[in-house]
Design a protein. Structure first.
Length: 63
C-alpha cells in the first residue's frame, strides 16, 4: 500500500527511530511500512493517524 509516512515524518524532522518509539514498534517496522513492504494492522494505522493528527486516508493511499 502506498503511503505518505516518510514525507510526514520528514516534515516533522523525525528519524525512523523517533517515529518507532512514539508508536511502540521497531525502526525496521517503520522502514517496512514506508517502503510498502509491510501494511500496518488497523490499530497501528489508527495510532499513526492519531500521532500525525490526520485521517488514515490522508496517510495511506489506494494503489
Amino acid at each position: 500500500m502506498k503511503n505518505r509516512l516518510k514525507v510526514l515524518r520528514a516534515e516533522r524532522d523525525w528519524s525512523q527511530q523517533d517515529l518507532a518509539d512514539a508508536l511502540g514498534v521497531s525502526r525496521q517496522s517503520v522502514n517496512a511500512i514506508e517502503t510498502g513492504k509491510y501494511d500496518p494492522s488497523l490499530p497501528l494505522a489508527f495510532r499513526i493517524a492519531d500521532l500525525f493528527g490526520l485521517e488514515i486516508e490522508a496517510i495511506f493511499l489506494r494503489d
